[in-house]
Write a protein that binds this ligand. Sequence first.
Ligand code: SF4
Ligand code: SF4
Length: 322
Amino acid sequence: MQRNGIKMKEGEKDLLSLNDDRGVVFNIQRFSIHDGPGIRSTVFLKGCALNCPWCQNPESIRLLPEIITRDIKCIKSGKCADICPQGAISLAEGLRVIDWEKCDYCLKCAEVCPSKSIEVAGEHKSVDEVIEEVEKDSSYYRRTGGGMTISGGDPLVQWRFTLALLQKARQKGIHTALDTTGYARWEVLDDILNYTNLVLYDIKHMDSAKHKEATGVPNEPILDNLLKTVKKPEVKVWIRYPIIPGFNDQEEELEKLCEFVITLGPTVEKISLLPFHKFGELKYTATGKVYAYRDCTPLSDERVEELKGLISSHGLHTEIGK
Ligand code: SF4
Ligand code: SF4
């Protein structure tokens, strides 16, 4: 299966949903201030059912670990080419070149690369290993009202692992947030929300056909799940709306978003506007993927402020970037 350069083996998506003690984590970001209230540790899990062409973490979409390259660190030792069982690596005129079509993510090249020019994105970790890392900043959480956020990718892909992480954090008295697409069976999300204080819930487009065209999935399950989520008064919701030029930045789209959010009631505390940027661009080449937004110009600060004003004019609380 291959979409937009993201390769997945058949059955890969099911591998980890069966496992509740170990998951694939690609980063734990301490002292995060953009993924919920206070100072937080954000645990980034691999795997996403969507495949947004603007994604800032393209290394997060595939479920299993993969290689990520940094050409500037390459010392042309050739060890990677020698060990690659697929013959996917060549040294042409002294440059290391990877034929990504041939790569099957065996990770052997990363193991032998002496200069760490090829590394692995994603690591199998246990619930206890993750929570041990998260607990290092417990004193900051207490002082600032922070806690742990599970992000990705989408944490609902490795949902059993996500559930186990949230349960463990809850036992330890750590505030929990879930940063999600909302794309899952309701039974799964419902269970997870029992251990979640705050959901950062993505809406990318109100039109299902356009949503599907861009992300690969329709938006009905996402909006249906959101309608059910807001009926849980113990869970707070922040809507996250990535503003993607030409896709969902038109005023009429923002109007439709506001009309929908108004119906959701007080559980929704705010709409976070996340302006498109290109900080993730290099990671596409580094992981053998295609970046469709190379020529896209981000919106000006003034335009983003205008869109924020439009949302505020509906009496909805909104912030930029948080
Ligand atoms: S990860 Fe890909 S490029 Fe690296 S050794 Fe394996 S098949 Fe070759
Ligand atoms: S939903 Fe988020 S993580 Fe998944 S592909 Fe889209 S932007 Fe990336």
